[in-house]
Design a protein around this ligand. Structure first.
Ligand SMILES: Cc1ncc(COP(=O)(O)O)c(C=O)c1O
Length: 407
């Protein structure tokens, strides 16, 4: 099928919950993707922070193809080597003792929320089930995780929501304190709010939050679906903050593009699950786990955490310069290679104009551009993306000036 036809059929046959841009991507290499008409794009958000190793990374491709020839799937009624090795590797890399595998971020969070409840009921024998999450957070689209998401626009039309969630102000410890009651079980938070507009947590707030959870006997859950797997320049963002959670969820970058999610926890908390209390048919299958092993090993062997930190710092400083230069650019923010540029004008036309010039950017909400390139990105590529963005901003600036002159 030609791309026009594919777009037409896609628009007719896919459900209406996405607003796709009018290109059909066909293949990728490193930080570049090509559409089916042969146009090349510099991918500055890597499948929304998923393709940690870029596209078509030889180690990931080899791991996946070798595993596909060996064993694609077995149920969790059996062990498989990739699953066990991945659980051991994640435990070694993090604070956690045990891992539950899922297929997505929402499922990993769903597992964390269920474990929090069962741990309180079955292990601590306490009637605590409420979870405090943050306003402007994002935790997924299942009924529990969409309820956990502190943004009304995602709730609309799906009521009644799941009971037991309260929303506090991000970076405001007193707002959390005010919501704690006898039935509070946990606080769940993203170290950097990604979908909410790329808002990093304040380090002091994070330390106070850990202390508060300890004082009140609450579990602290970090949703690292977006921030984990090197995105913030450390393997997990909690290491950047030096604040250790009790549970942590991962997905996005974990499989380098192969769907996999994970919920990690300490031994004591894990006792909330017993055989039969939670499960997933596909969760932790050998193919996805082998992909995740290859991703983690490559992040280590190619020193991609350092690259993330270095290029992230460069991008952030250049984006901050753009904020100083253009009136309609409000602020640059973020950590590592999870960066946001807030505009006072609409972000969507900027995304479209950059796309026409061969750079893929992502708009979150109406006014924020998100940069989440793969961790392998080189300085020259970051510079090329910035050049295109500057051209687009120059155009906006001259249009605004012309309008003011005629106006
Ligand atoms: C912080 C966070 N949590 C959870 C999710 C949901 O992940 P998924 O779309 O894989 O279910 C996302 C997705 O953007 C996310 O950014």
């Amino acid at each position: 099928m030609q791309s026009d036809q594919l777009i037409q059929v896609g628009r007719a046959r896919l459900t209406h919950n996405y607003s796709q841009l009018p290109i059909v991507l066909s293949h990728g290499e490193g930080c570049y993707v090509w559409d089916s008409d042969g146009n090349r794009y510099l991918d500055m958000f890597s499948g929304i922070a998923v393709n940690a190793l870029g596209h078509n990374h030889p180690r990931l491709v080899q791991a996946v193809s070798q595993q596909a020839r060996k064993l694609l799937h077995v149920s969790n009624i059996f062990f498989s080597e990739p699953q066990v090795r991945l659980a051991a590797m994640l435990a070694e890399l993090s604070f956690a003792d045990r891992v539950f595998f899922a297929n997505s971020g929402a499922e990993a969070n769903e597992a964390a929320l269920k474990l929090v409840r069962r741990y309180m009921r079955e292990v601590r024998r306490e009637d605590r089930f409420e979870v405090i999450t943050m306003l402007h957070s994002f935790h997924g689209r299942t009924m529990a995780t969409v309820t956990a998401t502190g943004q009304e626009k995602y709730h609309k039309g799906f009521e009644p929501l799941v009971p037991g969630f309260k929303y506090a102000k991000f970076n405001d410890i007193s707002s959390i304190k005010a919501l704690i009651g006898p039935q509070t079980a946990a606080v769940m938070i993203e170290p950097v709010q990604g979908e909410g507009g790329v808002w990093p947590a304040d380090p002091t707030f994070m330390r106070e939050l850990r202390q508060l959870c300890d004082e009140k006997g609450l579990l602290l859950v970090f949703d690292e679906v977006q921030t984990g797997i090197g995105r913030c320049g450390t393997m997990f963002a909690y290491q950047h903050y030096d604040v250790v959670p009790d549970l942590m969820t991962l997905a996005k970058g974990l499989g380098g593009g192969v769907p996999i999610g994970a919920m990690l926890c300490r031994e004591a908390v894990s006792k909330g699950f017993v055989p039969g209390s939670h499960a997933s048919t596909f969760g932790g299958n050998p193919l996805a786990c082998q992909a995740a092993l290859a991703t983690l090993e490559t992040i280590q062997s190619e020193e991609l955490l350092t690259n993330c930190e270095v290029i992230g710092r460069y991008l952030l400083s250049q984006l901050s310069d753009l904020a100083n230069k253009y009136d309609f650019v409000v602020e640059a923010r973020g950590i590592g290679l999870l960066l946001g540029l807030e505009l006072s004008c609409e972000a969507k036309p900027v995304v479209e104009a950059c796309m026409k010039r061969g750079v893929l950017l992502n708009a979150i909400g109406s006014h924020v551009l998100r940069f989440a390139p793969s961790l392998i990105i080189q300085k020259g590529q970051a510079r090329a993306a910035l050049q295109v963005l500057t051209q687009v901003f120059d155009e906006i600036a001259s249009k605004t000036e012309a309008q003011a002159a005629t106006g």
